[in-house]
Design a protein around this ligand. Structure first.
Ligand code: NAP
Ligand code: MG
Length: 540
């Protein structure tokens, strides 16, 4: 039997997948337990986390401090920084582990994910607390990130079992034919910091459950949560070497890992610039390399919400505000452009600004009433402030535009610019912060043209009561994830497979039924069992 996803699902198949419930913290018990977890996390701040290569803890003498962006003096944890030697050692460990892991029955591999999901459930408050402290998520956003991580574990575990039992082939007389999905080899997993838990855990475990082994290079802005998750995977029974944890500089070890001749695939989520760089580097064949590396690259967005003249303006204003300013606009799906039909532009702006004025900004560790926390680091804040200056020249600053007074961390006010031209810099470039551009369209036709005028194609939304307008958008609005009469953020695992078009990436549809395919290759074995044939002499 060849490696991997070939064994049938076990008799005790898991219950059908369902999304984990999300807390809203109106329940005092939920509030108390997260407050207590934050206290525990604060008491344990400053821990050191080594690399983990082949199950062994490795220190390098070089460290990365992960800081709380709401209180930059607070070091959440210190993580060992890998150099080239450790990157190569991690690759060797993953290569060795692949030889055994690929032969572990799929039920056992899936069981590791199910056990991990349960361990995360038990420690949900601790993971939420870490997300609040390490990347500045509000309580609700932190809980949604943790719930999505649980969903990925539960969903990909089930998917591995499903792929082990592929659809029947068309019968060929006289033959017994079987197609199986086998793993690829060693993958480099490079996640971003913005869904510091869910995306990191999702990419890593999708690769592993399909029978691959992984070198995980976390974001330098969120390495602690990745370290804690890797320790949890070990507890869940993941054998040494299957996931090797090597934080370090993207530019140095990232490049070395991507370029390594034994790297079989790269699963990346992050900016367009880094994604394109990885794609280019991976496409260059290295001495000794005997395959074409597969690159799964999910990249940036410049997502639009179209507000048609017939829309429910209250719902649209609320949806735009939530999509633009939830987690300070640091979601690839965030609305950074609202394209509004001219006849309702003024009325929409008034309602939008009323919504924005209600958003509370502060240190999310203060409690669930804080809606929007800091942005991730000083460099990100400075980049946003440069876009604010550009925006002031390109349109009218309607609200925000400054650092939040009285707070030490990297806080930017929710910022809205009006009267922005469709081709303005702040209408075209990803800012990845709480900065929204309002664009006036003379009618719905023009609004759809503007909606498609960037190089990206990740998410979008249309507010309209007119079915025919929505149906036109279904055809013409070219994005991977399109929503009608709702916010552009908040994709659910299983319900909204996620990934974008054009410069937003390879449309991998994370959390969907096609995703595990990206981490496998199909092998066809055809066995002659009787003298009968299909009578054809030609063919592939
Ligand atoms: P980023 O700056 O591109 O970094 C992403 C990852 O790439 C980090 O782990 C980073 O490590 C690493 N990296 C940097 N240079 C590298 C290199 N030369 N070789 C290999 N790896 C390298 O993105 P980010 O700031 O973390 O995340 C925000 C971006 O992600 C936004 O553009 C957002 O739209 C996008 N995003 C997209 C999706 C999606 O599904 N399409 C989802 C979430 C986020 P270091 O931290 O060490 O530099
Ligand atoms: Mg940080």
């Amino acid at each position: 039997m060849s490696a991997s996803l070939t064994s049938p699902p076990s008799a005790a198949a898991p219950a059908p997948f369902r999304n984990e419930d999300i807390r809203d913290f109106s329940d005092p018990a939920d509030r108390r337990s997260l407050a207590a977890a934050l206290e525990r996390a604060r008491a344990a701040l400053g821990r050191r986390y080594p690399l983990v290569i082949d199950g062994k803890k490795v220190e390098t003498g070089k460290w990365i401090d992960s800081r709380n962006p709401a209180r930059p003096a607070e070091v959440v944890g210190t993580v060992a920084s890998a150099g080239l030697d450790e990157a190569h050692a991690a690759m060797d460990a993953a290569l060795r582990a692949f030889e055994t892991w690929k032969r572990v029955p799929v039920e056992e591999r899936a069981a590791v994910l199910f056990r991990a999901a349960n361990l995360v459930r038990e420690r949900r408050d601790d993971f939420n607390a870490l997300l609040v402290l390490e990347v500045g998520k509000s309580w609700v956003e932190a809980d949604a990130d943790t719930a999505e991580a649980i969903d990925f574990l539960d969903f990909y575990g089930r998917e591995a079992l499903r792929y082990a039992d592929p659809p029947k082939l068309v019968p060929v007389p006289g033959e017994e034919n079987r197609l199986s999905y086998i793993p690829l080899g060693v993958g480099i997993v490079i996640p971003p910091w913005n869904f510091a838990f869910a995306i990191m855990a999702g990419m890593t475990t999708a690769a592993a459950v399909a029978g691959n082994t992984v070198v995980l290079k976390p974001s330098s802005d969120s390495p602690v949560i990745a370290a804690v998750f890797c320790a949890l995977l070990e507890e869940a029974g993941l054998p040494p070497g299957v996931v090797n944890f090597v934080p370090g500089s993207g530019r140095t070890i990232g490049d070395a890992l991507v370029a390594h001749p034994k790297t079989r695939f790269i699963a990346f989520t992050g900016s367009k610039e880094v994604g394109l760089h990885i794609n280019e580097l991976a496409s260059k064949t290295q001495p000794g390399q005997i395959w074409i590396k597969r690159v799964i690259a999910e990249m940036g967005g410049k997502d639009s919400i179209v507000v048609a003249a017939d829309a429910d303006l209250d719902a649209a204003a609320q949806g735009v505000a939530v999509s633009a300013f939830g987690f300070a606009g640091e979601k690839c799906s965030a609305c950074s452009r609202a394209i509004v039909e001219a006849s309702v532009y003024d009325a929409f702006v008034e309602k939008l600004l009323a919504n924005v004025a209600k958003l509370s900004v502060g240190d999310p560790s203060d409690g669930p009433a804080v809606y929007m926390g800091p942005v991730v680091n000083e460099g990100a804040l400075n980049s946003m402030l440069r876009y604010v200056e550009i925006g002031k020249k390109e349109g009218t600053l309607l609200t925000g535009g400054s650092r939040v007074a009285g707070l030490d961390g990297w806080f930017l006010e929710p910022t809205v610019f009006g009267d922005i031209a469709p081709d303005a810099v702040i209408a075209q470039e990803e800012i990845f912060g709480p900065v929204l551009a309002l664009i006036k369209a003379k009618d719905y036709d023009e609004a759809l043209v503007i909606a498609n005028n960037t190089e990206f194609g990740l998410t979008g939304s249309v507010y309209s009561r007119d079915e025919s307008k929505l149906e036109r958008a279904r055809d013409e609005f070219h994005v991977g994830n399109l929503y009608f009469n709702r916010k552009s953020t908040g994709a659910m695992v299983g319900g909204h497979p996620f990934g974008g078009f054009n410069m937003s990436g390879t449309d991998s549809k994370a959390g969907g039924y096609d995703y595990l395919l990206l981490f496998t290759q199909a092998k066809m074995v055809s066995k002659k069992v009787t003298a009968a044939g299909n009578g054809r002499s030609g063919g592939e």
